[in-house]
Design a protein around this ligand. Structure first.
Ligand code: DX5
Ligand code: ZN
Length: 206
């Protein structure tokens, strides 16, 4: 299981959290960008993510909870490993093509209440699907178990090399559901960043 560490809840102690992630076995650093429109919160302005990139030794997995295509283009300039934006904000392939042409791996995130039908047209053109197991916008929420059946349904029709990731409320208990659903990767925030030893928590998710 790949593990991506979300440092959202450590926004006020960011450098410390990034350094702890650097020293851990984490695969990716997950950055939650919020525009105050797609979600109520506003976090991780571009200049902060440039600093995050400079300090991080882990590849960046950027999760854009934003509405505007212009913002997606701005964050693409950071050249992260994965750039994930929401299926709810697109109507066509414009943004997928734009990000792919830059040589960045593309992810589509899907909210708990959005049907997997919305993802189907894009499955051959993207690298990752990020299933939200909480309503996006805040760290530290409870895992919504309904996502498990949704992922299982999706896997019946998805290409086998499409990476399935999950985000929200992932901890040492809910990880069993993520494994049962067939996830390749998990995003975990508070479970890891609230712990003294990141590696001990990460190992419980592997
Ligand atoms: C929620 C974010 C998540 C969240 C994960 O909008 O996308 O990445 O910060 O944090 P935990 O693991 O605490 O739910
Ligand atoms: Zn996220």
């Amino acid at each position: 299981m790949k593990v991506s560490v979300s440092v959202l809840k450590e926004y006020n102690r960011l450098i410390n959290a990034i350094k702890k992630t650097n020293e851990s076995s984490a695969d990716f650093l997950h950055v939650d960008v919020m525009d105050g429109a797609f979600v109520d919160n506003k976090k991780f302005p571009l200049e902060v993510v440039y600093d995050v990139k400079r300090i991080s030794k882990k590849p960046l997995d950027i999760h854009l909870m934003v509405k505007s295509y212009d913002l997606i283009k701005e964050y693409a300039k950071l050249m992260p490993e994965y750039l994930t934006f929401h299926v709810e904000v697109i109507d066509d392939y414009t943004m997928i093509d734009y990000v792919k042409n830059l040589g960045i791996k593309v992810g589509l995130a899907i909210n708990p209440e959005t049907s997997i039908k919305k993802l189907i047209p894009y499955v051959d053109d993207i690298d990752l699907v990020l299933f939200m197991s909480v309503t996006p916008g805040l760290g530290g929420q409870e895992f919504k178990k309904e996502v498990v059946d949704k992922i299982k349904e999706f896997k019946k029709v998805a290409p086998s090399d499409l990476i399935i990731s999950i985000d929200g409320g992932v901890n040492d208990k809910t990880i069993e559901l993520c494994k049962y659903a067939g996830c390749d990767m998990v995003v975990s925030g508070s479970f890891i960043t609230n712990s003294e030893n990141y590696d001990e928590s990460i190992e419980k998710l592997r």
